[in-house]
Design a protein around this ligand. Structure first.
Ligand SMILES: NC(=O)c1ccc[n+]([C@@H]2O[C@H](COP(=O)([O-])OP(=O)(O)OC[C@H]3O[C@@H](n4cnc5c(N)ncnc54)[C@H](OP(=O)(O)O)[C@@H]3O)[C@@H](O)[C@H]2O)c1
Length: 293
């Protein structure tokens, strides 16, 4: 099986490169070797590689910067996934793409289902939603995995930022009114590889059978304040912390260029019903991630 992974230096892509390596002949690439903003280059690249499965872990993920660079976000998050899906269809390759909880407006009070109406609040969310729709229109054998609050310990993430702040500030203020499901990039990568392994020899047929959009995030949910408390509790070097107190704050106290949904936890039951596994509870995953650091 020939696997093309796009975005192998990102949080998720880095883990995917490691979990996919034993599944087949892996071609892992990132910008500038491949540029999602260059659709004709992208088409040419796929035609040359002739993969059996294309996995797109690349995206324009700078949520605030996207507000001032909407065209770049649109090209990378909205147009490129459609191009990849069209090319995958032409060569009968399966296609896996990732999307975000930020397609929702956060007004719901229970975890979002796949068919809850999206209503993104910012450019990033709007372009990611357009990317989902482009993939769905292209007619490829696809899986879209919508995930949330992805973190890694090797690239800057909320977890590494909290650990860093805890070494510099005596008091930390973290928002308690933004709630979602923290997702360790390694567990998401392992789940993705497990899906490809499940397909066995008829990869394309298996993808057609299971094609669709699924929520896949760490089980359970918490606020950023609760997440931060747990990060400090599980810190592998607690002796380095100088933080004496960690205080809840409101999103309104920290204005950012992009608005964020307040409640965007994802209900992952549909994924579980279809594939019979789920990601572990976010606290357990965080503990395992911290132990791996
Ligand atoms: N991070 C989150 O909290 C979160 C939450 C929900 C969903 N997601 C989704 O999950 C997926 C993986 O996210 P992540 O956190 O792993 O992202 P990430 O760490 O920001 O990695 C994104 C990757 O895309 C690459 N990239 C950016 N522009 C590119 C271009 N024009 N051509 C080719 N590659 C390009 C980046 O390269 P450079 O580093 O060189 O820019 C980087 O390697 C994305 O689809 C994202 O939307 C993420």
């Amino acid at each position: 099986m020939r696997i093309l992974l796009i975005g192998n230096t990102g949080q998720l892509g880095w883990e995917l490169e490691r979990t996919l390596a034993s599944l087949g002949e892996l071609n892992a690439c990132d910008f500038p070797q491949i540029d999602l903003a260059d659709s004709s280059g992208l088409r040419q690249f796929i035609r040359q590689c002739q993969p059996d499965v294309v996995i797109n872990a690349a995206a324009y993920t700078a949520v605030d910067k996207a507000e001032i660079e909407p065209d770049a976000a649109q090209a990378i998050n909205a147009a490129a996934p459609g191009v990849l899906a069209e090319e995958a269809r032409q060569i009968k390759a399966a296609f896996i793409h990732f999307s975000t909880d930020y397609v929702f407006d956060g007004q719901k009070s229970s975890p979002y289902l796949e068919d809850d109406p999206p209503n993104p609040l910012n450019v990033y969310g709007r372009t990611k939603l357009a990317g989902e729709q482009a993939v769905q229109r292209a007619g490829a054998a696809y899986l879209i995995l919508r995930t949330s609050w992805v973190y890694s310990l090797r690239r800057q993430s909320f977890v590494t930022k909290v650990l860093d702040w805890a070494r510099k500030q005596s008091s930390l203020k973290l928002v308690s009114d933004q709630v979602s499901s923290p997702t360790w990039s390694r567990m998401l990568a392992e789940a993705t590889s497990q899906l490809i392994s499940s397909a066995k020899s008829d990869l394309y047929g298996w993808f057609i059978e299971h094609q669709g959009l699924y929520h896949l995030a760490g089980s359970g949910y918490c606020s950023r304040y609760e997440w931060g408390q747990e990060i400090l509790k599980l810190d592998p070097q607690p002796g380095e912390q100088v933080t004496q107190s960690i205080l809840p704050a409101l999103t309104a106290e920290f204005p950012t260029p992009a608005r964020r949904p307040l409640f965007s936890a994802l209900n992952c039951d549909h994924f579980y019903e279809e594939f019979s596994f789920k990601l572990p509870d976010w606290r357990l995953a965080l503990k395992l991630a911290m132990e791996s650091a």
